[in-house]
Design a protein around this ligand. Structure first.
Ligand SMILES: [Fe+2]
Length: 310
């Protein structure tokens, strides 16, 4: 795959008219630094043994690092003035923690007038973590009250954007009707994009549909991505309508894959990172004939115990 960074440079330098930019953020996840700081040395060692880059954090409470990182991301957006900012889920660590959600909304409120903001539900936003596998009526209702709809669509120029709650897609056990209506909603919106003659159709989720291969199956893709049984009908629809790209988060590191010409981009986090790339954001350029994107680091340095890989 060609470098997204190089192609964005080319596109920007070509001064193509008729396009727009947006900024994708993922996993600001207010509360995660404190959670990491309280992990036992044994859990940290297990994580490292699994091949993770673990940046240790001195014992802390609250969410000062998340505030620093997310504030910088919003200030960057104000400088670059994209058409919109999308936050691809895991806004908070604890779905039922009011101070975490209020801080995320307070900082997002600093976005300049004229830049739209779109929230996407992440697993932590709807109560899905190592302790609970599926969203519930209660967790979905709380998310919708705090951040608005979790399945919706919008149009920017000649591009159709569709936002889906991927935690429902990943584990619909307690909300099977939500999964059925989500699939119907996706089909209807893809059809609407086609009827409108949109140049591009782009999806925003939190959990990537797959990690490397659209047909992959097994424990890793069932937990870090969408299990094959739910992924298949979604990919069938995206192929039928020729969707261009899916932008997600969830992995806390950048990950690039593709299904034919459709890009599957999982972006690293605004918040706590586990990959080499650290914390950052993705800028996306949409022109009539292409979509280019580039990942950039944030400058804010969280209080890690040791100098980290980034
Ligand atoms: Fe996350």
């Amino acid at each position: 795959m060609s470098s997204p960074e190089a192609s964005l440079e080319r596109s920007a330098n070509a001064a193509v008219t008729g396009g727009f930019n947006f900024i994708q953020l993922a996993d600001p996840q207010f509360g995660m630094f404190a959670e990491i700081s309280a992990r036992s040395p044994e859990r940290i060692a297990e994580w490292r043994a699994a091949g993770r880059i673990v940046r240790e954090v001195p014992l802390m409470t609250g969410f000062a690092p998340e505030t620093g990182l997310f504030t910088e991301a919003i200030l960057v957006a104000n400088q670059r003035h994209p058409a919109f900012v999308v936050v691809c889920g895991d806004i908070v660590y604890d779905w039922d923690d009011d101070p975490q959600a209020e801080e995320a909304r307070r900082i997002a409120g600093q976005l300049d007038e004229g830049i739209d903001l779109h929230w996407v539900a992440g697993n932590h936003d709807v109560g899905v973590d190592s302790g609970h596998r599926t969203p519930t009526r209660e967790s979905l209702a709380r998310y919708r009250a705090g951040f608005g709809p979790d399945n919706y669509a919008f149009q920017q120029g000649d591009t159709s954007f569709i936002v889906l709650n991927s935690s429902v897609m990943q584990a619909p056990e307690e909300v099977p009707d939500e999964w059925k209506s989500q699939l119907d909603f996706l089909a209807a919106e893809l059809d609407e994009a086609k009827r409108r003659g949109s140049a591009h159709t782009v999806l925003f989720t939190h959990i990537p549909l797959f990690l490397s291969d659209p047909d992959e199956d097994g424990p890793e893709s069932n937990s870090a991505a969408i299990p094959l049984v739910q992924r298949r009908p979604v990919l069938d629809l995206l192929r039928r309508y020729g969707a261009d790209a899916v932008f997600a988060g969830h992995l806390h590191e950048n990950n690039y894959a593709a299904d034919g010409k459709m890009e599957m981009v999982a972006s690293g986090p605004v918040g706590y990172p586990v990959g080499v790339d650290g914390s950052g954001f993705r800028e996306v350029r949409v022109t009539p004939d292409r979509i280019d994107h580039r990942w950039s680091h944030l400058a804010y340095k969280p209080p890690y115990k040791e100098s980290a890989a980034d």
